[in-house]
Design a protein around this ligand. Structure first.
Ligand code: COA
Length: 372
């Protein structure tokens, strides 16, 4: 068995961002238009008027202050309320491959590697731009990587599930050097016209290089225990899929975008996550005091505060459990990797931490790492 390690990491951040204030102005303009268009039905008591959103609510309920997006104009257009992304021809790189490649190149540069050194590419994300061929195989080609590549989707947990899959293959020797890429175009599947969730997501891409620790070219993070768990729930769901036409459901339906029962997710996922992290640590003989850092999934600040307290047995300070959701919002599978990438280089050899992601499925994955 070989010892796997994370030897490189990278984040692609879109150039455009939307503050809560900007988002709320657009949403409220959309709500006013909708109410005007349904004035008679509202007057007759047949439908409820659409309520305004509030930037104060968003910041206090989630901790999110802004989000990055690939197309701001489309999202903020009250007559549209979703991004406008130019379709790519079959001979052009797909959008997910393009942004994933940017993050991948940063990760490879940090690892001191090139695409040719890679023999496994996993594109792990909560939605894929097309059914096939796999985005991962496109990235493999664009990078000049060898071996094989495949897509996987475990929603917000995709990154840690992808890391476990790659780490297991490094352990057994079936691959030598892997790239796990998480391009998340969440703006494409967020319902920007629903005030309960319109503030939740942003766009980003992340990547990590995983290889044998004894082949690392520089400072790296040895991967100790990896663990994944799932338990079926309908509380986070997206019903879009390839049977839409067969179901005669090509209309603009709410359930073709992200839907969640946020309160239930909160209550049900939190205990699952803290117990999961603690059991992964216990099996490795790690105590809470051994942890220098928690890089958690970035969905909600209160949620992360709760998990941090449960895992450490005390209130973590901001440096121990860094949040990036105030800047990026929830970026699905990429969130914990952004937190890791932006807050890991200061750790000293021997320092230990946990990368953990969780979400739809339900699903939760954790990766115990040690700086070397
Ligand atoms: N502006 C103003 N008010 C809003 C609002 C908005 N944008 N959105 C909702 N509200 C209102 C609701 O209508 C509700 O009003 P009511 O009390 O009169 O019914 C009130 O604010 C509270 O709404 P609720 O949805 O219960 O808020 P919350 O405290 O649960 O926070 C989330 C909402 C989404 C931030 C929170 O539930 C959450 O983060 N859940 C987990 C998310 C998660 O991890 N998801 C995984 C996705 S991968």
């Amino acid at each position: 068995m070989h010892q796997p390690a994370i030897t490189g990491h990278g984040v692609f951040t879109p150039q455009q961002s939307i503050t809560n204030d900007e988002l709320v102005v657009a949403f409220n303009a959309y709500a006013d238009r909708w109410n005007a268009g349904h004035a008679a039905a509202i007057e007759a008591g047949e439908v409820e008027p659409m309520a305004h959103s509030s930037a104060e609510f968003i910041a206090s309920a989630s901790g999110i202050e802004q989000r990055y997006v690939l197309d701001k104009a489309g999202v903020l257009d009250p007559a549209r309320m979703y991004p406008r992304l130019k379709p790519r021809a079959d001979d052009e790189p797909s959008i997910m491959a393009e942004i994933g490649l940017d993050a991948a190149r940063q990760a490879l540069a940090r690892a001191g590697r090139t695409g040719a050194d890679i023999d496994l590419v996993i594109c792990a994300a909560s939605n894929h731009e097309r059914a096939y061929p796999a985005i991962a195989i496109e990235i493999q080609k664009l990078l000049g990587a060898g071996g094989f590549a495949f897509d996987m989707n475990v929603a917000c947990s995709s990154a840690t599930f992808g890391i476990q899959a790659a780490a297991d293959m490094i352990r057994t020797g079936s691959v030598r050097r892997a790239l796990v890429v998480n391009p998340e175009i969440c703006s494409g599947h967020l319902e920007w016209r629903d005030r309960d969730c319109h503030f939740i997501f942003g766009d980003v891409a992340t990547a990590v290089v995983i290889e044998r620790a004894d082949e690392a070219q520089g400072a790296h993070f040895v991967i100790h225990g990896t663990r994944c768990a799932t338990e079926f729930s309908n509380n986070i769901r997206n019903n879009d899929g390839f049977l839409r036409r067969a179901h005669d459901q090509m209309d603009d339906r709410r359930d073709m975008q992200f839907m969640q029962n946020g309160r239930k997710v909160f209550k049900e996922v939190l205990p699952m996550v803290s117990a999961h992290i603690l059991s992964n640590m216990a099996d490795e003989g790690w105590q809470p005091d051994d942890l220098k850092r928690l890089w958690l999934h970035q969905a909600n600040k209160t949620m992360n505060d709760f998990i941090g307290r449960k895992v450490l047995g005390r209130v973590p300070d901001a440096a121990e459990q860094p949040n990036i959701l105030q800047d990026y919002a929830n970026t699905s599978s990429a969130g914990s990797i952004i937190a890791f990438s932006q807050n890991c280089e200061d750790l000293a050899p021997g320092d230990k931490g946990v990368i953990c992601s969780f979400g739809a499925g339900y699903s939760v994955g954790s990766v115990l790492v040690e700086r070397a």
